[in-house]
Design a protein around this ligand. Sequence first.
Ligand SMILES: Cc1ncc(C[n+]2csc(CCOP(=O)(O)OP(=O)(O)O)c2C)c(N)n1
Length: 376
Amino acid sequence: MIKPAYFFELLRDNGIDFFTGVPDSLLKDICAYITDNTTKNKHIISANEGGAVALAAGNYLATSEISLVYMQNSGLGNSINPLLSLAAVEVYSIPILLLIGWRGEPGTKDEPQHIKQGAVTLKLLEASDICYDILPNDFEKAKSIIEKAIMFAKINKTPYALVVRKDTFEKYSLKKNIQKNEYDLEREEAIKMVINNLQSNDIVIATTGKISRELYEYRDELQQSHSSDFLMVGSMGHAGQTALAIAIKKTKKRIFCLDGDGSLIMHTGALAITGSLYPKNYIHIIFNNQAHDSVGGQPTVAGNIDFVLLAKSMNYKNAFSIEKKLDLKNNIKKIINTEGPVLLEIKVKKGARKNLSRPKKNPVQNKNEFMKFIQC
Ligand SMILES: Cc1ncc(C[n+]2csc(CCOP(=O)(O)OP(=O)(O)O)c2C)c(N)n1
């Protein structure tokens, strides 16, 4: 396996001193190493993968230097537009080294949301005329491939991708931002408190990552059905808009979107669309741990956002922020009964249970049961 330190130093020796992207579980060790060993202006965890490509373009325009853009292959879709209409040789011709975590690699076992993406990852790169190599997990073999990739990108002024398989990087634990924040609520506990206050016909749409997994486990623990919950296991950042469309079609039901701060930041503009439609039955709950907790705990910028102000400016009817367990306990009923669209930010600790399982129902079963539930 490749030591993150060796990879990082090799990039630096080859002129890469600007790093940006959205964290990925397969890249969590190298992402953590970059976070720990760069200053704020040299490493930007972007809102989404397209933003990372745009940042890399800006860095090149300002410095003539190539950047590293990292992402999970799930984020390739977000990056395709700026890759093809900004960085491509036919447009502005910008050198970028892409580092892409290959979830769902054919022949490996992975979650359903990664299967299709994994199967078409190389084809998407080929269709986009982006040259790539699969990164060997032996540093000596990887070294020449990395050097060649950077050289190719620089000479041809083009994006070049390194595709990263599972277990390519050696373990490295994030040192910055590891302290649990001061909040007294665990996310899982906060989810339970919300669920305990729902009625049997309420609908829940949950975002990508551990929020959906914790919700799923809690329904099992309560011996409740999962049919009122739609788990957005993929398509990070879009749970709010799926919830919105359901809310405007199912006006007699309350629709709860359980969102994460990383997910919300990924497509924040969607809040304005929700606000513009005034869905009275829409309750948007953000579990803000200021991190991409599900993929290694890399920080988000959510510690500096006033979500109440943000929601109000986006025309949400009501907005609240809670950070104390007791306040949540005492106010949750009242808050979820106020007129929507409502945004509730719950500030929670980073971290999750180590033994958290994954949904046992597949997405199509989830969809079918959910659609049946919401017809009633
Ligand atoms: C488009 C896209 N980019 C990246 C990922 C990888 N990913 C899965 S969950 C996650 C973090 C989500 O963070 P947040 O919404 O704050 O929830 P938390 O994990 O902190 O509960 C990321 C980056 C993804 N699934 N899709």
